[in-house]
Design a protein around this ligand. Structure first.
Ligand SMILES: [Zn+2]
Length: 161
């Protein structure tokens, strides 16, 4: 039994949207949520208590829990899942869209192009700026005095001649 198959009417639109790794985490948290009691504070806030007696505050509207796992991973923690079940909120609605296959696909798409672009641009820029900055910087100190001496004397001589 999994977290999504038990909730029969969400099987179709829930399980296929997220990455297997995320589904695995949620399934694990779903199992752990069995040992957690959720007490309703209001429709979207729950006080939960785990087997060890530790209590956490889950807010389903802000998708946060005082255990910090929910808002850090953006995946519902066992307490949040317990609260969601109590609230009859679909667990997969609590999983961040960043883990959806669609979102990941577009994120990768966005990543690959701009990053490679940026890299080549940066490489070109840094390469160009290295060429711009380094040769003058290294040439100037030894080059300038000589050049200015040679040039100025040459110019003076030429202009004087
Ligand atoms: Zn939690």
């Amino acid at each position: 039994m999994t977290w999504f198959s038990e909730r029969r009417n969400v099987t179709d639109n829930g399980s296929g949207r997220f990455t297997p790794r995320v589904l695995e985490i949620v399934a694990g948290n779903f199992e752990q949520s069995g040992g957690i009691l959720a007490a309703k504070i209001n429709s979207l806030e729950y006080e939960v208590r785990d087997k060890e007696g530790a209590s956490f505050h889950v807010n389903l509207s802000t998708k946060s829990c005082t255990c910090n796992v929910f808002q850090t991973l953006l995946i519902p923690c066992p307490c949040a899942i317990s609260a969601a079940i109590k609230a009859k909120v679909r667990v997969e609605t609590l999983v961040s869209e960043v883990y959806s296959l669609e979102c990941l696909a577009s994120a990768y798409k966005d990543d690959i192009f701009p990053v490679s672009k940026i890299n080549t641009e940066q490489n070109q820029q840094s390469g160009a700026s290295d060429l711009d900055i380094l040769p003058p910087a290294t040439k100037r100190p030894p080059g300038r005095p000589r050049k200015s001496r040679i040039l100025s004397t040459g110019e003076i001589r030429v202009s004087m001649l």
